[in-house]
Write a protein that binds this ligand. Structure first.
Ligand SMILES: [Zn+2]
Length: 411
């Protein structure tokens, strides 16, 4: 059994929180000075764990095991959302590091190894999952040249140069080197906490289908224009949102979620009937058969609104991702490890958020483990997980990693 050291694990997580501390969380935007300091610190810790550590040309920190036998790849991301939590990403990276140490300290896993990765910019300050995409060979130089920071417009190439990463090679995966990828993460929802369970074994990462709905009306005076002749683009969008919220529960699955993330009205003034409006709408689910049904329903509701008038609504697809299934054999290994360490305390569940594991799943078996988030809070500085739950999750992950490596080794 690959035994983790809970104190060492928590010590590294606490240390990592000191890079960009914000209240009880962190503010560590991708390629900011404090983010680069955190990456350098991690590379140092990887080296101390006996890994060949390197920060590559997109800021991925990759620590490679010197073991000659079967190897797993484990990790997550280091940067944070603005003024956000200390565990989102960091937990999975340090779990990977602790698993690497535990495996190297386990006699019957001699020759087996864990490579550890901190993928750059999963949080999308520049572009979501930049680092993991680079690693699997899905990030052309031409795309890098186009990417800018979503908050301040800084070109990615400029940010990489300021961070001292310009000109460094990007590390690409070596086909056949890894038996698969494992990523641990905080749940970021309240399902585990609400049921008193400690471990979530992720079945798949949900798809996101994102739409833009525009409404064309007629801009006019809010005091003199009779209700009967108005064409209020704002009202048209809000009515559609309400119609979606009435209809979707009738066809949605248990974990389907839908969100109106943004509404913009033109001209957006208190005493003017909006002549034009734009609404961002998305839904998420893990079932590939349900997604087109939800889309058809949305199309039907837009058509019905257009038939009723008086505004003209247009539905446009912004992007559609497909659900990414996690590897069945890896899920089974996580189930077995959880059952050994916390009998009856685990459950299989989809991930409602996107993660680097969905990118790695394109090229190798991939799996994810969730630990409970206190109050289901994430992307906020109060995000937290009880220390004992953090240690428990790491023990399950290391046990599953040891199990998979032992099987790959043939023992
Ligand atoms: Zn994350």
């Amino acid at each position: 059994m690959a035994k983790i050291d809970g104190k060492r694990l928590l010590g590294d997580l606490y240390r990592l929180r000191e890079f960009g501390t914000y209240k009880t969380g962190v503010h560590r935007p991708t390629y900011s000075p404090v983010d680069i300091e955190a990456r350098e610190w991690l590379a140092g810790r990887m080296a101390e764990a006996g890994l060949d550590a390197e920060i590559d040309g997109v800021g991925n920190v990759i620590g490679r095991s010197k073991a000659s036998g079967p190897k797993l790849l484990m990790g997550s991301h280091l940067e944070s959302q603005p003024h956000a939590g200390w565990l989102d990403g960091a937990l999975g990276v340090i779990y990977g590091l602790e698993a690497a140490r535990a495996v190297s300290e386990t006699d019957d896993l001699a020759g087996c190894g864990v490579d550890v990765a901190a993928w750059a910019d999963e949080e999308g300050h520049f572009k979501s999952m930049l680092g993991s995409r680079s690693f699997i060979g899905d990030l052309p130089d031409a795309e890098i040249a186009e990417i800018r920071n979503q908050y301040d417009g800084t070109p990615l190439t400029e940010a990489l140069a300021s961070a001292g990463l310009a000109g460094r090679p990007r590390i690409a995966r070596e086909p056949g080197r890894h038996i698969g990828f494992m990523e641990a993460h905080i749940e970021q929802g309240d399902s585990l906490e609400a049921t008193g369970l400690k471990i979530g074994v992720v079945t798949s990462i949900v798809a996101i289908w994102q739409f833009r709905i525009t409404a064309e009306g007629v801009q006019n005076h809010a005091g003199t224009t009779r209700m009967a002749i108005r064409k209020d683009a704002g009202l048209a969008l809000v009515k559609l949102a309400a119609a979606i919220d009435r209809r979707f529960p009738e066809i949605a699955a248990e974990r389907t979620v839908w969100t109106v993330g943004d509404i913009k009205l033109e001209p957006g003034a208190h005493s003017i009937i909006p002549g034009r409006g734009e609404m961002m709408f998305q839904f998420r689910d893990a079932d590939p058969d349900l997604l087109p049904k939800l889309e058809a329903e949305l199309e039907g509701l837009v058509a019905a609104a257009n038939a009723d008038g008086p505004c003209k609504l247009t539905l446009e697809t912004v992007f559609k991702t497909m659900p990414k299934k996690m590897d069945e054999g890896f899920q089974a290994a996580l189930d077995r490890a959880a059952e050994t360490i916390v009998p009856g305390g685990h459950v299989r569940m989809p991930s409602g958020a996107g993660h680097d594991a969905q990118i790695l799943a394109e090229v190798m078996p991939a799996a994810m483990l969730f630990v409970p988030s206190i109050g289901g809070i994430s992307h906020h500085w109060t995000e937290n997980t009880a220390d004992e739950d953090i240690v428990l999750g790491a023990a399950v992950l290391a046990e599953a990693a040891g199990d998979l490596l032992r099987r790959a080794k043939g023992g």
